[in-house]
Design a binder for this molecule. Structure first.
Ligand SMILES: [Zn+2]
Length: 236
């Protein structure tokens, strides 16, 4: 099992209690959740998952650092902490005493893992955090200065703060709505969220590759595509 960590900067690792302390370039220190504890938790759940299927295999785990950090490790069992480039050799050096599962059983286990995998989906966030849309700041964010300062003028969005111009800034707003409010929205909700007054301009904006309309006129509902969450549509 691999617990991959994308942590940049210097890392100090201490034992008893295990502490992972990140030091940023300007010397600021932050204590991180211990990836060793996280790994133990995952191992625990994975072991019971395997037991439920009568599979008994040894689990080997590594905490993998994706960046080549500067590490200082104080008397902790550091054999489990590795850089990603070390992994191939570690795997090659694993002792294989006897065959535990045959090729078919491995294949079956792999399929079972794939089938029980659930994609992590915390959306919509208003449900997760019991929020109300009316409590949220509205407006279209500027991809340049990240403030909710975009104003629609004839054919494009203009940032009141930095002057940036963008025709499709509302695509990111739709992505935000997808995360916060869910995969559906109405023309009225879109206008509220983007601070647009004209129903017709809103309608034109909602005719884009990421939305599909169902229902007629004032009852129209727009279904948003999860493709909105592809990073090129997001400025986050
Ligand atoms: Zn701006």
């Amino acid at each position: 099992m691999f617990e991959i960590k994308n942590i940049a900067g210097k890392l100090h690792i201490k034992q008893n209690p295990t502490q992972f302390i990140r030091e940023s370039v300007n010397g600021e220190r932050t204590v991180l959740r211990s990836p060793i504890e996280e790994m133990e938790r995952k191992k625990h759940y994975f072991t019971s998952w395997l037991q439920a299927r009568n599979i008994d295999i040894p689990l080997v785990d590594y905490i993998v650092f994706a960046y080549q950090n500067e590490l200082t490790i104080e008397n902790t069992s550091s054999h489990r902490l590795v850089f990603s480039y070390e992994i191939p050799n570690r795997l090659r050096n694993l002792e294989m005493r006897s065959e535990i599962l045959n090729a078919n059983q491995i294949k079956r286990l792999a399929n079972e893992l794939l089938n029980t995998h659930r994609h992590y989906d915390p959306f919509p966030l208003i449900e997760k955090y019991a929020l109300s849309i009316k409590d949220l700041a509205t407006g279209v964010a500027c991809p340049n200065c990240e403030q909710l300062t975009m104003l629609w003028r004839t054919r494009s969005w203009h940032c009141r703060a930095c002057g940036h111009i963008d025709r499709h800034a509302h695509h990111a707003t739709l992505a935000e709505w997808y995360c916060i409010g869910g995969a559906q929205l109405t023309n009225q909700q879109f206008r509220h969220f983007t601070n647009i007054h004209s129903r017709h301009i809103a309608k034109r904006m909602l005719a884009n590759p990421f939305t599909e309309m169902s229902g007629k006129k004032r009852n129209a509902i727009y279904q948003l595509s999860p493709r909105l969450l592809n990073t090129e549509n997001l400025y986050l």
